[in-house]
Structure formats: structure tokens, C-alpha cells
Design a protein around this ligand. Structure first.
Ligand code: SF4
Length: 377
């Protein structure tokens, strides 16, 4: 079964500081843990894999993987090169923060065959970067992209955030235009969310910060879809747009409910029908690995019913939708049988449609994706 696992995710939890909206597994001001983290990561990987396991996609996410000082980054990439080598023609992605993205780090990525860099840019306007508590400015992004290009990186993705407090539709359009001027191969756009436990959540409760109005957020999402389509990007997922041939292959593994390894604090894996979540506390994860205990905090075996519903949730995120024949063969039921009333209502309401053997959200349905998906869960 493990031979068929072709993807792996590695979580690097270190960041310069915690941004106010962030609820990822992140640790700051703990450089004393850098080497210990790498020791534990090596232990975790080698305890699961008895021999190197080549993969088609490897995604190094965070946190901020490029926060690692060059010697630590080299150790991480060497470890992965040995135990999870990326097959010829495969995808090796890394998430990077433009802040402090030094040229020696870029050279290190190049040396180890990283072929996709995803930059957490979020905005091209200084005031919104400040609101988001990001430490870089728009000029830094231009410089980072130029230095990556000069090193031959041909697959660069931008993460952008809309519905930032006080951001206007025109501001968002400016960010999209400035992103396009740098000619990335891939753009992800996310509406800002206020997650419980973040400082943004508390600040909103205290009315110190305000979320964007629903209509404005809708207009911003529509602007992203239209502007990027006009610029030749293909939207292939609710939040993701790519130039032809530049879709993120690793994320498609998740959306197609395929198997993947996960290593590091807070990382999830999906193997043999079981989803396993590692401890989110970095020190908790370290403690478990060091003492020889399992770093897995929660396990969930997907029953057939859960697997079906999850396939709908992930499949409808993709613009092409769900292949009806494949779904029926894999999950032994039709999609309509899962939620007959909702299915019919969404068809009549023109939120769902069938096209070329696929069930997918209509353009209007993309704005109400959460509502549609909820009826199948
Ligand atoms: S840089 Fe990214 S991962 Fe780190 S705190 Fe900010 S949003 Fe979170």
C-alpha cells in the first residue's frame, strides 16, 4: 500500500513573528529549538520509512521554511533529498516569506532542486501589509522575485489576501495588477478569515478591527476571478489560478483524496484510509518524538460514508468538479443519493451543474461553496 504514496508534506514551524490573523502551527523566538526540531524530524521520518521513499510531490510548508538559517536549511534539504527524494519530473515546493529571503538561502534551494517557490506576499500595499502585521514591503517582493528569476526559478506562486480591514475594491485591484506585472506562474487568493485564538479574533471582539462587509468581499472575489482569467490564468480551484501547466500538483493530491505522508508538528498524513494529525504544539511534538512516543495526537479512520462526503467537499473545490463515473465506482453510490433534496435544490437554484460527466459548482455557486458543501456533510 505504501508504494502507492506519491506525496509528502513537511511542516517547518518557525517564523520571525506571529501575524495577527495566523492560526497555523508556528513558533517564534525559539531558535534554540532549530537543531532539536531537525533531529526530531529525522527521527520521525526514519521511524516510519525503513528505506528512502521517492515521491512525485514534496511540499515544504510552514511557518516559514526560509526562516531556517542556511546551515539548518541545508540539513533539512539533505535529509529530505535522502529519505523523500523527488522523482524525475516531480514537484518540490517550498513556502517562503519575502522578509529576509537572502540570496544564500535561494542558492541553497536551487542546489537541492527546489522547483516551485510559493511566496507569502498577501498585498502590494504597505498599509495593508501593516494591518496584516507582515514584516516586508512591496519593494522587497519585486527584489525577491528578480533574484529568484535570476537563479532560474521558473515556477513562482504568489499568495494574496483580500477583504483586509479598510481595504477597498480599488486597493485589491491594484494588488492584483501589481502581482501580474511580476508575471508569476500561479496565484492563490484568500479572503481574510478571523480564527478563534488569533489576536485578530480578539481585536474584532473588542471592535478594534472590523471584517470586510459581505458584498465587498464578494466583489473582491469576483474581481480576482475576472482579472486573473483576463490575464490568461486558469482558475482550477476556488482559490487557485495557474498559467497552463503550472497547477500545484501537490495540492491536487489533497483535493483528489489521494494518500500522502506528513511530518513535523501539526502536519496531517493520509495513509491506508486513516488521517493522522501530529501534535500542534511544537514543544509537545518534540517531547513525544524525543521520548520515543508517537507524535500523532489524533487519528481518524475514514468510513465509507465519511470518505464519500469528504470527496464531495474536496471535489467541489475544484472548478472541473467531481467525475461522476469515478465517484460512483470508488464510493459505491451516486452523488445524488448522498443528499437528494439538496442536490435537486441546488440544481434548480443554479448553484450546481453537470458538465462533461462532472458535477461542479456554477459561477454563482463558487460564491456559496461553503453553503453547498455543508449540505453534503
Ligand atoms: S508568516 Fe505565515 S505562517 Fe508565519 S505567522 Fe505569518 S501568516 Fe503565520
Amino acid at each position: 500500500m505504501r508504494d502507492s504514496v506519491n506525496a509528502a508534506y513537511i511542516h517547518v514551524p518557525f517564523c520571525i513573528h506571529r501575524c495577527g490573523y495566523c492560526d497555523f502551527t508556528v513558533i517564534t523566538d525559539r531558535d534554540d529549538l532549530l537543531s532539536i526540531y531537525l533531529d526530531c524530524l529525522e527521527t520521525e521520518i526514519t521511524s516510519l520509512l525503513s528505506e528512502p521513499h521517492p515521491v512525485e510531490t514534496l511540499f515544504i510548508g510552514g511557518g516559514t521554511p526560509n526562516y531556517l538559517p542556511p546551515p539548518h536549511l541545508e540539513r533539512l534539504l539533505s535529509l529530505l533529498h535522502k529519505w523523500l527524494p523527488v522523482k524525475l519530473g516531480g514537484e518540490l515546493s517550498i513556502e517562503c516569506n519575502p522578509e529576509d529571503f537572502t540570496s544564500d538561502r535561494m542558492d541553497m534551494l536551487s542546489k537541492f532542486g527546489v522547483n516551485r517557490v510559493s511566496l507569502g506576499i498577501q498585498s502590494f500595499q504597505a498599509e495593508h501589509l501593516k494591518t496584516l502585521e507582515r514584516g516586508h514591503d512591496p519593494e522587497t517582493v519585486v527584489d525577491v522575485v528578480q533574484r529568484l528569476r535570476s537563479r532560474g526559478f521558473e515556477n513562482i506562486s504568489f499568495d494574496l489576501i483580500f477583504a483586509v480591514p479598510e481595504q477597498t475594491l480599488e486597493d485589491w485591484e491594484t494588488t492584483l495588477e501589481r502581482a501580474l506585472q511580476l508575471d508569476p506562474e500561479h496565484i492563490s487568493t484568500y479572503g481574510l478569515t478571523f480564527e478563534k485564538g488569533t489576536s485578530f479574533w480578539t481585536r474584532r471582539l473588542k471592535q478594534d478591527i472590523k471584517s470586510a462587509d459581505e458584498e465587498l468581499e464578494r466583489s473582491m472575489y469576483a474581481a480576482a476571478m475576472q482579472t486573473l482569467a483576463h490575464a490568461g490564468f486558469e482558475q482550477y480551484e476556488l482559490s487557485n489560478h495557474a498559467r497552463p501547466e503550472f497547477r500545484c500538483r501537490h495540492n491536487q493530491v489533497y483535493w483528489n483524496a489521494e494518500q500522502y505522508f506528513g511530518f513535523g508538528p501539526g502536519a496531517a498524513s493520509f495513509l491506508d484510509g486513516e488521517r493522522a494529525m501530529r501534535y500542534r504544539s511544537v514543544t509537545g511534538w518534540i517531547k513525544h518524538v524525543q521520548s520515543g512516543e508517537s507524535p500523532i495526537a489524533e487519528r481518524e479512520t475514514l468510513t465509507l460514508d465519511l470518505a464519500r462526503r469528504e470527496a464531495v467537499m474536496l471535489g467541489l473545490r475544484q472548478i472541473k468538479g467531481i467525475d461522476l463515473a469515478t465517484f460512483e465506482a470508488r464510493y459505491e453510490c451516486t452523488l445524488r443519493e448522498l443528499a437528494p433534496d439538496a442536490y435537486d435544490n441546488f440544481f434548480q437554484g443554479e448553484l450546481l451543474e453537470e458538465k462533461q460527466g462532472h458535477l461542479r459548482l456554477t459561477y454563482e455557486g463558487r460564491f456559496l461553496a461553503d453553503t453547498v458543501v455543508a449540505e453534503f456533510l
